[in-house]
Design a protein around this ligand. Structure first.
Ligand code: DHB
Ligand code: FE
Length: 279
């Protein structure tokens, strides 16, 4: 039976792509951020998952404002990375597994999540950068990937409670797969940040830390908030923390926090990282 072995949640910032390309990992500005990933890389090296379900938000690359699915799942043999406008180097295509994707899709729709299916899907920095942060030594990550994209760009956004339930539905889907597969769930987004408007540069450390704690001690804590309240607390782009909540919802059974890092700021963003292991 397929098993979700753990979850990894991380922030994404385009500037990370440039820092990697320029080998700035030891630079004083970047070191506290990149150093946070070593224990997670070690865990992945030991556990060796076969499949990564990557929960992220597209920023106008694969979907634009004219057509904006709330939830979309990739069903392609591979996913090409492209630049949505930040000018960072693009990475080689990521391996998919169309058959496994369709099984996830069928299970989610049967579970009343009426998602958009994507047999072609470009992936942006929110998908590609975590791959490079988690598997820095690999040209392409040694996992088959299934992208799960959640709209945080154009209202209406799915609620925190709905995202948590999507995670739970993902867990039910994986539990129904008969193969001996190790699945890791990766959530990319957040934590607090706001890129434009009067509150540009807004960061809320106290809320971020409470949110991170909650994922260990009371995982549904953030589902009490509306998206407007989450934006107030974390900034317009901080609402990307919905990716973390979805990821946590996908972790079945007893969950142990194995590692965390929190560093502010990276670019305009509070950069967080957590590793959860399923017992
Ligand atoms: C930044 C953060 C993001 O989440 C993003 O998608 C783009 C830019 C930033 O802080 O620069
Ligand atoms: Fe983002």
């Amino acid at each position: 039976m397929a098993k979700i072995v753990g979850g990894i949640t991380t922030s994404h910032v385009p500037a990370i792509g440039r820092a990697i390309a320029q080998n700035l990992q030891q630079d004083p500005y970047w070191k506290p951020f990149f150093d946070g990933f070593a224990p997670v890389q070690k865990w992945l090296d030991e556990v060796k998952p076969d499949v990564a379900i990557v929960i992220y938000n597209d920023h106008g690359l694969n979907f634009f404002l004219d057509k904006m699915p709330t939830f979309a799942v990739g069903a392609a043999a591979q996913y090409c990375n492209a630049d949505e406008g930040w000018g960072i180097p693009t990475l080689p295509p990521f391996a998919g597994d169309a058959e496994l994707s369709w099984r996830l899709i069928n299970s989610l729709v049967a579970d009343e999540f009426d998602i958009t299916t994507c047999q072609e899907m470009l992936v942006d920095h929110a998908f590609s950068l975590p791959m490079k942060l988690l598997w820095p030594e690999h040209e392409t990550p040694p996992v088959r990937t299934i992208p799960v994209c959640i709209n945080t760009v154009q209202y209406p956004l799915p609620s925190a409670a709905r995202c948590y339930k999507l995670g739970e539905a993902i867990a039910r889907a994986v539990a129904s797969w008969p193969e001996e597969l190790k699945v890791v769930v990766i959530g990319s987004g957040g934590l607090s940040h706001q890129l434009d408007g009067e509150r540009a540069g807004f960061i809320n450390k106290a809320f971020d830390l409470q949110f991170m704690d909650s994922l260990s001690t009371a995982p549904k804590w953030a589902t009490q908030y509306s998206n407007e309240e989450l934006v107030e607390q974390t900034g317009t782009q901080g609402v990307e923390l919905l990716m973390w909540l979805t990821t946590r919802g996908a972790l079945p059974g007893e969950v142990v926090e194995r590692h965390r890092n929190y560093h502010i700021p990276i670019s305009n963003t509070a950069a967080g990282l957590m590793l959860f292991e399923c017992r």
